[in-house]
Design a protein around this ligand. Sequence first.
Ligand code: AMP
Ligand code: GLY
Length: 425
Amino acid sequence: MKILVIGGGGREHAILWALTRDRRKPDLFCAPGNAGTASLAKNIPVASEDVEGLLAWALANKPDLTVVGPEAPLCAGLVDRFQDAGLRVFGPCRAAAQLEGSKVFSKEIMVAAGVPCAQSAAFTDCRDALAYVRKIGAPLVIKADGLAAGKGVDVCATVEEAETAVRRALVENRHGEAGRRILVEEFLEGEEVSMLGLVDGTRTVLLDSAQDHKRIFDGDQGPNTGGMGAYSPAPVMTPEWKPVILEHVFDRVLAELRRRGIVYKGVLYAGIMMTARGPRVLEFNCRFGDPETQALLPRLASDLIPALEACVDGTLKDAHVAWKPAACVSVVLASKGYPEAYPKGLAIRGLEAAAALEDVIVFHAGTALREGNPVTAGGRVLGVTALGATMSAAVQRAYQAVDRIAFDGLQVRRDIAARALQRGL
Ligand code: AMP
Ligand code: GLY
């Protein structure tokens, strides 16, 4: 069996790693991949946004299944193009991917479906938006409608900050086309949790819970990043909430999409705030989370391929998805300067020594090979991942591995999974 994985980050390395453990032992390809994926798959030098280039490769090489990692090709309609060409592909079609591609659309669906979420209003006119901001008062959240590479959300503590964020989006076009329309949203307080579900058009199988760490510095300080680490399971998601999330979030949103003639297949990611009044959806993503996937897939006890195929084929009711009781932590090593500008091409040392530790996997994110040696090539460079019988054992092991790796200017958070540890796990 031949499988093509699209993307080149830590999430895709983790997906490939899980595929290598499937009993079908597929031949793996990754476009474009990184230095880590090169050890598990053949890297194909086609960018993940290059839908036509990917289609041409797939038509020539006939993968039995294509798995799409990032949102951009999904929102651009890669799945529709592949399906039209008769290729089997895992991920939502363009219309369904709009749940991530447009926050205004996503909110409209949530409201119509009765999914618990923050109150909000959409604006294209700056004056109207400012009037609304002053009316509801701070704190509040300003969100660009479209894809903004994780930079489209401003959490504003004061009305002045919110006014600045509104003007930046609607007048100064800071987010380009993505920010021509914005949502002004009620601020929700609580602990965040990522709930991902495998979806086959009608049915959802929830994956186990995970928690991301979005800010660059310890104690959730500093600017937002793509994610500085993750762990699974997340104890904030207590068992009694899972059926509520399944029915009130996943079932309702999928039913509302179906009412509009849109069939969702693939992974649906709900970013949820656990508030004093219960869970509220902050956002949907139309794909596996990054870095949540790096903390989730090492815990998967069942085969990945049948689960992915069941989504494509609409047969999830027969699928078997099981988890190891172990805890998993993935700590991101980032480049100096990230999430702003950062250098590239710096030598990475100690990868083998880190991976030699028991139950440690080093997932590559922004890496490349230079004369056969790994060098930095992105903001988030590695996801150093460890399993453990308890969260504290996993954390200890992960940081032991982290301390064996070095590159110039390396940034790392030292408090990944601290919230779980505080709960005594
Ligand atoms: P997003 O890009 O939509 O995931 O938002 C980025 C981050 O902004 C989220 O992970 C939350 O930490 C925060 N956020 C988004 N919406 C809200 C909200 N309504 N209330 C509080 N925080 C929010
Ligand atoms: N971990 C956040 C995301 O995947 O968007």
